[in-house]
Ligand binder design. Structure first.
Ligand code: NAD
Length: 329
């Protein structure tokens, strides 16, 4: 049976562990440098655990890994494991800078193993179905997109003061940690960002100084895009509006639905997805990764798509720091 190692068993690592287990298609083991956490994971899921990645590699054999450490460690770990010819699934954001990207590309070319990045919006049926509809071209060209999203982060991530979120160099702040999901989703829907102007500030979250509020105006080729996000707001909501030549598409993640309004319509025609638990899309994501390992097509974010979103993150941070619009190659 396929064997997967979860590297880092914090908030998202534990979810991946549980959801890979639920596929029934692989055996799962875990490693984390926090011994207390590791003991809890062992007891809760009955899996083999290791106190470090090196210990795991010395004591057992794996076919694939899921890298769930903070972002500054993603690419160094990916290179090491690609060199051992393992399939690699990497949490978002891909990294905190592009320094190691050429080395990872080289390692992927040498290893000939499957690599994908865990931008989970690719597994949301309401996003994927809207994307398929847009690709059919019935509404004509996309001309404008707006994304409005946010939640009360302290409610959903009470530990935010104690984790990577507090520092940009660990992948923290709203741009790299939260907005990146929306940016990657928009890039998946309409194509890569080519220019960014970003205004961001710390407005409300106690105990941190990183930005918790972001406004972006960006270009994706000919398409004008705006993103607004706060991490202090009460509503846990997420809306994407995509305006095309002959009508519009709306995606409401909090309602798990997408809708169309054709020119001449006065209301939305909604496509409602059957209710999903949060784990459901992570199980779908784990299955998609295992499909990819088996050589099948998947909707998962590719390494190069994640590199593009990483370039956006960097450009947005630079724009926020300098007040200038930044071109992305
Ligand atoms: N896709 C999503 O919805 C989602 C949600 C949350 C976090 N994330 C991403 O996942 C990553 C981890 O986030 P988190 O919230 O789980 O963080 P976390 O701090 O809760 O967990 C990280 C874990 O990694 C462990 N760790 C650190 N260095 C290690 C090493 N060298 N070897 C083994 N273990 C190590 C830590 O001990 C910790 O338990 C981040 O990149 C984050 O952006 C994604």
């Amino acid at each position: 049976m396929h064997s997967t190692l979860i590297i880092g068993c914090g908030s998202i690592g534990e979810r991946h562990l549980r959801c890979f287990q639920k596929t029934g298609r692989c055996s799962v083991a875990a490693c984390d440098t926090n011994p207390t956490l590791l003991a809890t994971i062992k007891e809760r899921y009955g899996v083999q655990v290791f106190s470090s990645l090196d210990a795991a590699l010395a004591e057992a054999r794996f076919d694939s890994v899921v890298i769930c450490t903070p972002a500054h460690l993603h690419l160094p770990i990916a290179i090491k494991l690609l060199n051992l010819r393992l399939h690699v699934f990497i949490e978002k954001p891909l990294a905190i800078d592009t320094a190691l990207v050429p080395q990872v590309r080289e390692a992927i070319a040498q290893a000939q193993r499957y690599v994908a990045v865990a931008y989970v919006y690719h597994l949301m049926p309401w996003v994927a179905n809207a994307r398929e509809f847009l690709k059919q071209g019935e509404l004509g060209k996309v001309l404008h997109v707006s994304s409005m999203s946010g939640q009360h982060f302290p409610t959903f991530r009470p530990a935010y003061r104690d984790i990577y979120y507090t520092r940009h160099e660990l992948g923290g702040g709203a741009i790299q940690d939260a907005l990146t999901h929306l940016v990657n989703a928009v890039e998946w829907l309409i194509g890569p960002c080519t220019r960014v102007y970003c205004d961001a500030a710390h407005q409300a979250l106690e105990g941190v100084t990183v930005e918790d509020t972001v406004n972006v105006t960006s270009r994706h080729g000919q398409v004008l895009v705006s993103f607004a996000m706060t991490q202090f707001q009460t509503p846990n909501e997420n809306t994407l509006l995509i305006h095309c030549e002959n009508g519009s598409v709306k995606i409401e993640t909090n309602h798990q639905r997408w809708g169309v309004m054709q020119r001449g319509d006065t209301d939305w025609t909604w496509h409602q997805t059957p209710p999903q638990e949060r784990d459901d899309m992570f199980i779908a994501q784990a299955n998609a990764f295992l499909d990819g390992v088996e050589g099948r097509d998947t909707p998962l974010c590719t390494f190069e798509e994640a590199v593009q979103t990483l370039k956006f993150n960097q450009a947005a941070l630079r724009s926020a720091a300098t007040g200038a619009a930044i071109e992305i190659e």
